[in-house]
Design a protein around this ligand. Structure first.
Ligand code: CA
Length: 353
């Protein structure tokens, strides 16, 4: 085991050199006020500026369920470029027509993992958030069990009629927690970021607005009662308007960024830090040179939303840990890390110890 540990450390050291090169390229194309952004943890970024007007979001890698959603040539974040327009007809609940779904989440993002999801919003001055359930689905991060692939609902941040927010973890206590103070402005852009640390007892949900902490809810189950193996499979942005939209209306989003710590990802240097010391993506925006997405796994077919009554399910086995296996071939040592399906080779000989 000691032999294996040393070998893996050697291999990861060699990988970090490549990571540094990637970071240098990323910094060349990304701006942050703090100057500390490291894109090695951003696995997906879109500012929509390079697409033809009218491009369907569903044609971009990882996105789906957005039939009426397109990229337009106005209202780019902070007054420049393009953004994503989505609209909904009066009375429509919008599934498959409003908002979007993003499914290119690496496998194994589960207990101990953290997700950061940042996005800029603009709604017109007369946008109506009102629904028949008291709040509008907005930032939702969906989970499924690893074994059995059962829907485990979402951790949610929903928008209340007054423009403030409240959180809910489906399949857990089903209790709302207010995130007041982040009130969504109408007629001007605001940058929001949600982070979830996934854990059955020490989970947390954090919300920032325009780079400032709004609320950090801690010590909660963010996996879902009865299991500790649920893994994140998708992001849902405003895909369902409870009770139907009160009017025909539109919304715009921009500067989509997704960062993940977990699921076998090894890069440890992070992005930015807020005034309270919490790590987050922050307010960084790209210039003309965009970094490519970093090895996302193939998209997972979107499951239907099960809402709102969850079935009771028995506990299942804890998540598999990274399994290492050594084989010798042609004088090289091969380490296969199963969880993120990375195959690493090395010329280093095995030292018997
Ligand atoms: Ca843009």
């Amino acid at each position: 085991m000691r032999l294996l540990t040393g070998l893996v450390a050697t291999l990861l050291l060699s990988c970090s050199v490549q990571g540094a090169n990637d970071m240098a390229q990323a910094k060349a194309g990304f701006k942050t006020k703090a100057g500390s952004t490291n894109l090695s943890k951003i696995i997906r970024y879109e500012n929509f500026d390079d697409y033809e007007s009218g491009t369907k979001l569903s044609t971009l890698p990882g996105f789906s369920a957005c039939a009426n959603t397109s990229v337009v040539d106005k209202l780019g974040y902070a007054g420049g470029g393009k953004s994503l327009r989505t609209w909904i007809a009066a009375g429509d609940e919008g599934w498959g027509r409003f908002g979007f779904e993003y499914t290119a989440i690496p496998k194994g993002v589960s207990t101990g993992s953290t997700i950061w999801w940042r996005q800029a919003f603009w709604v017109p001055a007369d946008f109506n958030f009102r629904t028949n359930s008291g709040s509008l689905k907005w930032f939702r991060i969906g989970r499924r069990t690893i074994q059995g692939d059962k829907n485990r609902g979402c951790t949610e941040l929903q928008l209340k009629a007054d423009g403030n927010w409240r959180s809910l973890v489906e399949y857990d206590h089903d209790q709302w927690t207010n995130f007041d103070g982040a009130k969504m402005p109408r007629g001007t852009w605001a940058m929001y970021e949600k982070s979830v640390f996934f854990h059955p007892t020490e989970g947390s949900i954090t919300l920032w607005k325009d780079g400032k902490l709004v609320k950090k809810q801690t010590g909660i189950n963010t996996i879902g009662s009865g299991v500790n193996t649920a893994q994140v499979t998708r992001l849902l942005f405003s895909t369902y308007f409870n009770g139907g939209s009160p009017k025909t209306q539109e919304a715009y989003t921009d500067e989509f960024a997704l960062a993940i710590d977990g699921g076998g990802r090894k890069d440890s240097v992070f992005l930015d830090t807020d005034a309270q010391g919490n790590k987050f993506i922050g307010m960084a925006t790209a210039d003309q040179t965009l970094p490519p997405p970093i090895d996302p796994d193939p998209p997972i077919d979107p499951p239907p939303i099960i809402d709102p009554e969850p079935p009771v399910e028995p506990p299942v086995e804890p998540p598999g840990v990274i399994e290492d296996a050594i084989t010798l071939a042609h004088g090289k040592t091969v380490v296969h890390i199963r969880e993120d399906e990375v195959l690493i080779t090395s010329d280093k000989p095995i030292i018997q110890g």
